[in-house]
Write a protein of this length. Structure first.
Length: 366
């Protein structure tokens, strides 16, 4: 079957119903409070799919849960009344999942988590168990959302790799989706569900190309991510910027919780009874005041001035050195959630504006 297909809009729900027999379905749903969220869907007729608005959460929690039991334990007491803990691993169920209506930046976030949890010397078996068998049906962004800047991070508004299927909405002229087939999971779906798809004609291919070109010119945010990365690599002084922004940070961790690529966690033992409990992995945030707090009470990081350094430098410098690209995917969620105005766009603009001012001053001196 061709790698360029067409799916009529009226066939999308029937296709998802058929796929729901084989996969757990996760997609964007408009809830009763008016929020669009990625959510597990057990009955497509009982939810309101929302393929128009940006989900407020990412896919992170489905592969790397906010509260993730790793093992249970029992307390054993020896003859000398000494105590020892015996642990029993709790592996999550492997459930083949179809993530559909996924925005390109969110799939890029999953690809980044693959590097963190599966790309090193040791593989995280908990993440791997959930990740195995996942299929991603991406919906390209014809019109980027207000705070998106995925064009600057090269993670959207459309993808060239990583997806199983990528849909482009051709409405109003096309009345359906142009479908690009990527990885093996997508090829299997188009083969097994062939009656739902038709080879795309030249007019549909032209409309898809037009949508991609148009979307690139519709971004409201102009963010110089590459320049910011180069400036940090050159060790530009950011102390004044970080001092100002850190004073406004409220230590809420909202930016890390909505970010598709923040993977910091802490591990704790939680008693469930007198002689038993669970070892749990929970999300953490490098902006938290206690993130670097040591056992003796000393904190080597001045949280009033540099609580944001770890976050911004990790995404824009450390990961560029490790992986050749920033780990920010330009989704803009941290802009939406931060009531202190200390999001990554503001940091990048302050940094690049400072560099421009320095360059202007140097030019006047010469």
């Amino acid at each position: 079957m061709s790698d360029a297909l067409f799916l009529h809009k009226d066939h999308l729900l029937p296709l998802l119903r058929r796929l729901g027999r084989e996969y757990r379905l996760v997609g964007p749903v408009r809830n009763g409070l008016g929020d669009t969220m990625y959510a597990e869907i057990t009955d497509l007729d009982q939810v309101r799919l929302d393929l128009r608005n940006q989900p407020q959460n990412s896919l992170k929690s489905f592969l790397f849960p906010q509260d993730d039991p790793l093992a249970s334990y029992v307390v054993d007491e020896g003859p000398a009344r000494e105590q020892a803990l015996t642990y029993f691993p709790i592996l999550p169920e492997n459930r083949p999942t179809l993530f559909f209506g996924v925005r390109p930046c969110d799939l890029f976030g999953v690809l980044y988590m693959d590097l963190v949890f599966l790309g090193g010397r040791y593989r995280d078996i908990y993440y791997e168990q959930r990740r195995r068998g996942a299929v991603f049906l991406v919906l390209g962004c014809n019109r980027p959302f207000a705070n998106c800047f995925c064009n600057a991070t090269r993670s959207g508004p459309f993808l060239e790799f990583g997806f199983d299927l990528q849909l482009t909405d051709l409405s109003p002229e096309g009345k359906g989706y142009f479908v690009e087939v990527g990885k093996a999971g997508g090829r299997a779906i188009t083969r097994e569900m062939a009656p739902f798809f038709h080879p795309a004609d030249e007019e549909q291919a032209r409309l898809q190309y037009q949508r991609v070109l148009e979307s690139r010119g519709l971004f409201e945010q102009l963010v110089h991510v590459d320049l910011a990365c180069r400036l940090l690599e050159q060790d530009q002084d950011t102390s004044a910027i970080l001092a100002d922004l850190s004073a406004r940070c409220q230590d809420c961790g909202g930016c890390a919780h909505v970010c598709p690529t923040c993977t910091c966690f802490t591990i704790t033992d939680r008693p469930r009874g007198k002689d038993s409990g669970e070892r749990v992995r929970c999300w953490d945030a490098c902006t938290f005041a206690g993130f670097s707090l040591m056992a003796g009470g000393h904190n080597p990081v001045d949280v009033k001035r540099e609580r944001l350094r770890r976050r911004f430098y990790h995404k824009l410098k450390t990961d560029v050195q490790r992986h050749g690209r920033p780990s920010c995917v330009g989704c803009g969620r941290c802009v939406d959630i931060c009531f202190g105005g200390v999001d990554i766009i503001r940091f990048i603009r302050r940094l690049t504006d400072l560099d421009e001012a320095r360059s202007t001053a140097a030019g006047k001196e010469t």
